[in-house]
Design a protein. Structure first.
Lengths: 293, 117
């Protein structure tokens, strides 16, 4: 049976933990709103870029199309870009990414492929360093604080593009948490090279695109657009991921705060019971002492 | 009021400009081109330069862009660019201090903006 003093200390420590978690929840909620806005504002650019790529890709000759679009014909070395968070305390956010990465690497390796990893965010990089550290191409930190800048995405894009041109890998996939809602995130794999091309919306778009003029030629234009598209895709993955991280943290901290509340309630009950038991015991002692006289 | 085309200037961060214009002049990869209402559909690569918005025969807005893409149709002009500055709204000192703080492509671009101001 813990003493009254022990219980009191315990209750106080849970209370201060609760204060921290509820503060973190509030901070995450406020930041989430901003991150969500940023993600929404970033969408028009990514969407239009995708439309343009789709309409150009639909016309490109598979034989002469740029390699960024169709790949270099090989499928040996895979580059995975892993987007996790720099900070913890956000529930299953980093765990989900780490698990997915481990599975994907195992899947590719079982098919005899070589896997290289480009880690964005500290958490997954640390978690996987021991088992997969030797396949790290690069490990980046600190680019997804409160605001994600396009320049960072562009520099990752450059790294990817240069690596591809130097033949360091054949296929590039980005793994990130996609923001679905404040309470749910989904681990998503997106192929960057060869580019994932959606079906160009046929019926209405087709009539217009038939008569499109291109300046310069379609192929040259495609070659100019694709590198930008890679940076844009990475940027939108970073935005989605940072919104997801904050959402995950908000949910996790909300649960933690509620659990701390339950714990305090239970401990307080035990505390009061112990206190009453002590009082009763003391009374009995006094009474029986008085009777004995 | 003559016919207008709808200009949209989109950067990765947000839609920077949305407005109607009589003509939009953009720095295409193969030379400047003007896009007026009912322009034939055109998809063009853009280089670093100034986008001019014409209205009533005068230039009303100038935007410096850092290359990009223009998607021109009969009713609209959509410009996608990584970096853009409104030349009429920015202050020289602001750009100057940002150019000093920035590195690489960003600094290059801001210096170009300074020259265009």
């Amino acid at each position: 049976m813990p003493s009254l003093k022990d219980l009191k200390t315990r209750i106080n420590s849970v209370k201060s933990t609760q204060k921290i978690t509820s503060a973190m929840k509030m901070v995450a909620a406020a930041k989430l709103r901003r991150a969500q806005e940023a993600a929404e504002k970033g969408r028009p650019y990514a969407d239009r870029m995708q439309q343009i790529v789709n309409s150009l890709a639909a016309k490109a000759e598979p034989s002469s199309a740029p390699q960024l679009l169709v790949g270099n014909g090989k499928d040996e070395t895979h580059l995975l870009i892993i987007v996790s968070a720099d900070r913890g305390l956000c529930g299953g956010f980093n765990g989900a990414i780490t698990r997915q990465t481990r599975n994907e690497v195992a899947r590719l390796r079982s098919k005899g492929k070589t896997v290289k990893l480009l880690m964005v965010g500290r958490k997954s990089a640390d978690a996987l360093r021991r088992e997969l550290g030797d396949s790290y191409l690069e490990s980046l930190e600190g680019i997804q604080g409160t605001s994600v800048s396009f320049a960072d995405a562009a520099s990752i894009g450059d790294t990817v593009r240069n690596g591809f041109e130097a033949g360091e890998f054949d296929v590039c996939t980005v793994i990130f948490n996609k923001f679905k809602s404040a309470i749910s995130q989904e681990v998503t794999l997106k192929k960057l090279i060869p580019a994932e091309v959606g079906e160009a919306e046929e019926a209405p778009a087709d009539e217009v695109s038939v008569s499109y003029e291109y300046e310069p030629e379609e192929e040259a234009l495609l070659a100019a657009v694709l590198p930008r598209n890679i940076s844009t895709q990475i940027y939108s993955a970073l935005l989605e991921s940072s919104a997801s991280e904050l959402a995950a943290r908000m949910t996790a901290m909300d649960n933690a705060t509620r659990n701390a509340g339950d714990l305090i309630e239970r401990l307080t009950l035990v505390y009061n019971r112990t206190r009453q038991a002590t009082i009763t015991k003391e009374l009995i002692e006094i009474i029986s002492g008085a009777e004995a006289v | 009021m003559a016919e207008t085309t709808h200009l949209e200037l989109v950067t990765p961060a947000d839609i920077m400009v949305q407005k109607a214009a009589n003509m939009v002049v953009a720095p295409g990869a193969e030379g400047f081109f003007g896009a007026m209402p009912r322009h034939a559909p055109l998809l063009s690569d853009l280089v670093r330069g100034v986008v001019e918005v014409h209205e009533g025969g005068k230039v009303v807005n100038r935007y410096m862009i850092d290359g990009g893409l223009a998607d021109v149709s009969g009713e609209s002009v959509t410009i996608l660019t990584e970096r853009a500055e409104d030349l009429d709204a920015v202050k020289r000192e602001d750009i100057k201090s940002r150019a000093e703080a920035a590195t690489g492509a960003e600094a290059d671009f801001l210096n170009a903006v300074l020259e265009a101001l």
